[in-house]
Design a protein around this ligand. Structure first.
Ligand code: URA
Length: 243
């Protein structure tokens, strides 16, 4: 089946689709010995020899899936040019070419999926499937229910109106409050910006749930493999049949 080159590279677990586009534009990808530097073409990984940096893609790498409890101070990227710590430093035993499914800010902690399954990643991150993500935010000053209602209704950010969020005030004190918020969009720094829009500053942010998965039994900085049933469920959520 002919597919876009960036999709094939992402499915091979080498890079995200966006990063794969960069590899193509940089002239690092060849098909049947010919360097490809344009993004539009479709190719067949079954019958054509696709290489990145001269190395043929191995499309049969076993798919692996991990649930990580990310601590603060780790970047959600596979590699950092400046040598900063990335979430992959927390999975030193994993030999496959894995990468994070989505992002948490450097100073956000909590649930992050790590895998080499590009198909699942693209499905889970696609806005169409509205995958729920739940966060607990410690914010100051403590917002009123009226202010939280604005988040429940959808609030205007510089990149447009947010979809309605599910919001529960968990604890409230004189100076700060703990708020649980569930969203399904994945805009950059979205939760922090939503609270900023109601005049509250996020002091700590933790993702406690993603696509129905929780951090139960996984300590900060640790990870566990997903079960086959969990992977199957994710495939259903992402609207794709499992190969
Ligand atoms: N929203 C944020 O503001 N930061 C994250 O890391 C995740 C969601």
């Amino acid at each position: 089946m002919a597919e876009r080159l960036q999709k094939i590279i992402a499915q091979a677990g080498i890079a995200s689709r966006r990063a794969a586009e960069g590899l193509i534009l940089a002239g690092r990808v060849s098909v049947d010995g010919v360097t490809i530097t344009e993004l539009g073409g479709k190719y067949d990984s079954g019958s054509q020899r696709i290489c990145v940096d001269g190395k043929p893609l191995t499309l049969s790498e076993t798919k692996v899936y991990f649930l990580l409890n990310k601590p603060k101070g780790y970047l959600s990227t596979a590699r950092d040019e400046r040598g900063r710590r990335t979430v992959l430093d927390l999975l030193p035993e994993v030999r496959e070419r894995v990468y994070p499914l989505g992002r948490l800010d450097n100073n956000t902690e909590g649930l992050l999926l790590i895998s080499n399954d590009g198909t699942l990643m693209n499905g889970l991150l696609h806005p169409r499937y509205k995958v729920n993500k739940t966060y607990v935010a410690r914010v100051t000053p403590a917002p009123s229910e009226k202010a939280l209602d604005k988040l429940r209704q959808g609030i205007k950010l510089e990149d447009g109106l947010t979809a309605p969020a599910e919001v529960h005030l968990l604890e409230t004190g004189a100076a700060e409050a703990k708020v649980e918020i569930t969203i399904h969009e994945g805009r950059n720094r979205q939760v922090r910006r939503m609270f900023a829009a109601i005049g509250a500053d996020v002091r700590a942010l933790k993702r406690v749930k993603f696509a129905g998965l929780t951090l139960t039994g996984v300590k900060r900085g640790k990870y566990r493999p997903l079960t086959a049933a969990e992977v199957k469920e994710l495939y259903q959520i992402a609207g794709i049949g499992q190969s």
